[in-house]
Design a protein around this ligand. Structure first.
Ligand code: GLP
Length: 240
């Protein structure tokens, strides 16, 4: 596991360059994408690079990590909406090649076919991750089995509280989600994780220095051969 420390601007720019390298190095690259506030500046950098002609998304296929159960893709807090607004609508991507788990309708069968769909696309070349304050990655909460594939899960009180800042009221935060599992994430060839701010410091400690335990889902990444953790000083503060 490599650790890169810098300001949010610096680490976001570096991660964007990793994505550009991967995209430009293959005719059909497969990207694993994340939502949350952490990757926003990475996506802004990718949009800029696309507009400058440094990278094209025409051959790209994407898979997103997770989605809230109960939200339509048109809901402004759904992860499909987030991806359209913050990346897909602004680059030359073929939207039919962007995969985000469904939260409504026949979301269960879509979820059940997700890992196979990723495999058929060739597997994820580069996966970006954020991290929850309790150490969750995607929506794999503490206690999720390390061998989990894409599944439906209940959100913890902590995650509901953390994510309520993005909703009008905590009562509007969905209590269930569909998420790629920890094994689904580990199948990616390359993983980059971004974490900023002091409220991520405990989770980042568990990620980098802690024991590998299902109680700290992110700790499984210590077993992956190609992970780089990008953090700011505040998120890294407990690791010194
Ligand atoms: C949500 C998402 C995670 C994300 C986490 C942190 O729970 N499911 O994928 O990493 O929030 O979000 P943020 O980056 O906004 O702190």
């Amino acid at each position: 596991m490599k650790v890169v420390i810098g300001s949010e601007e610096e680490i976001s720019a570096k991660i964007a360059e990793e994505f550009i390298k991967t995209i430009n190095g293959k005719s059909h690259p497969v990207l694993g994408l994340a939502t949350g506030t952490s990757p926003l500046k990475v996506y802004a950098n990718l949009i800029k690079a696309n507009h400058e002609g440094r990278v094209s998304f025409l051959g790209v296929t994407t898979f997103n990590l997770d989605e809230y159960v109960g939200l339509e893709g048109t809901h402004n807090q759904s992860y499909r909406y987030f991806m359209n607004e913050n990346l897909f609508n602004h680059v030359d991507i073929d939207k039919s090649k962007t995969n985000v788990l469904l939260g409504v309708g026949d979301y269960v069968s879509f979820m059940e076919g997700y890992d196979q769909k990723i495999e058929e696309a060739g597997g994820i070349d580069i996966q970006i991750l954020g991290i929850g304050s309790d150490g969750h990655i995607a929506f794999n909460e503490p206690g999720t089995p390390f061998d989990s594939l894409t599944h439906e899960t209940a959100l913890t009180e902590q995650t509901i509280k953390d994510n309520s800042r993005l909703f009008n009221d905590i009562s509007e935060v969905p209590v269930r989600a569909v998420t790629m599992g920890l094994q689904s994430i580990m199948n990616a060839r390359k993983i980059v994780l971004i974490a900023t701010g002091a409220n991520k410091a405990k989770a980042v400690y568990g990620l980098i220095k802690g024991p590998i335990t299902e109680e700290m889902p992110c700790s499984i990444l210590q077993r992956h051969p190609d992970v780089t953790v990008y953090v700011d000083e505040a998120a890294h503060s407990l690791c010194k």
